[in-house]
Design a protein around this ligand. Sequence first.
Ligand code: SAM
Length: 370
Amino acid sequence: MAAAGGGGREDPTSEVGKQGRLAMMELANMISVPMALNAVVRLNVPDAIWQSGSNSPLTAAEILALLRPPPPSSSDPSVLQRLLRLLASHGVFAENRCATSGARRYSLTDVGRTLVPSGDGASYAAYVLQHHQDALVRAWPRLHEAVLDPAGPEPFARANGGVPAYAYYGGDREANALMQRAMWGVSEPFMEALLDGYGSAGFGSVETLVDVGGSSGACLDMIMRRFPSVKRGINFDLPEVVAEAPPLAGVTHVGGNMFESIPTGDAIFMKWVLTTWTDEECTAILRNCYNALPEGGKVIACEPVLPVETDNSRRTRALLEGDIFVMAIYRTLGRERTEEEFRQLGGVVGFTAFRAIYLDPFYAVVEYQK
Ligand SMILES: C[S@@+](CC[C@H](N)C(=O)[O-])C[C@H]1O[C@@H](n2cnc3c(N)ncnc32)[C@H](O)[C@@H]1O
């Protein structure tokens, strides 16, 4: 049937019209999902369920009793259960419903288990918390201003007195520490895949490796433990970031600004750095990398690489969501890029060879050779 009632709306009584309205209702309420996720992480629900690996299905009341720190006596399991139900429908928890009593019990799925610390303490929980700090959340209602004034400050800076995100983290010890934990939590499992699939080719013949934007230095540490032939590691990041980085064997923490110069090495590693910057800024970073490398030296960048086609797969959505995060928080014209766009950035600077290697559904290795 034709659109009814004028405008662009489908006939509201048709199946297409009903499904369209339902889909828009889901989208309009979508904020409930990340906020519920943030709430259960803040409450330490994943740890309470996991209990050193038992992951037994628990009622909301049983979960509340296991929370650390213990919740106040006023806390209400029925409120927690509502969060758990929503997140179960998004695959974070598995829900078992007792056929006789109707009681609902929750355990962690593979998705939910990413929120539980691994042996070395890494998990995605800090990343969830990092993304939902007040200063970041304040940026989102101003996203449309990025479209209207892309050359102006990004929504984060507009919402936070003109201070850009990295300067904000640098000026707040807690935010800085959370950022380092968040980066480590997400990096650790990817680095395992990287070292397995690309480690020998990438790092086998490197003696001095520079990690540009290396945060705590944890990625460099993992590389050097797996490849002891890398004798010297230089963890290069903003001075206020390296000031908080822990001592690591063989690693020198160097504070500086990658837009000014980058320490020299046989190879340069860089993870999740180019994505947050504009084309002009990426060209400046890559030019400084080029100048810091010997003939034949490589930049090994690990970045999300956008597919050319738009589809509704989880991978495409995760990448496009990350792209809008960059727009809101870091740089309006900083962005995720396709393989071809990464290739072009290197060509402008003068790198002679380029390849992209896909080892992980989120990050790819983007390799430039001088
Ligand atoms: C998204 S984080 C990635 C951290 C780390 N490479 C990882 O993937 O776990 C980007 C890093 O770039 C650093 N950074 C931002 N601006 C910088 C600059 N001008 N010079 C050097 N590092 C910078 C930030 O402090 C931050 O640690």
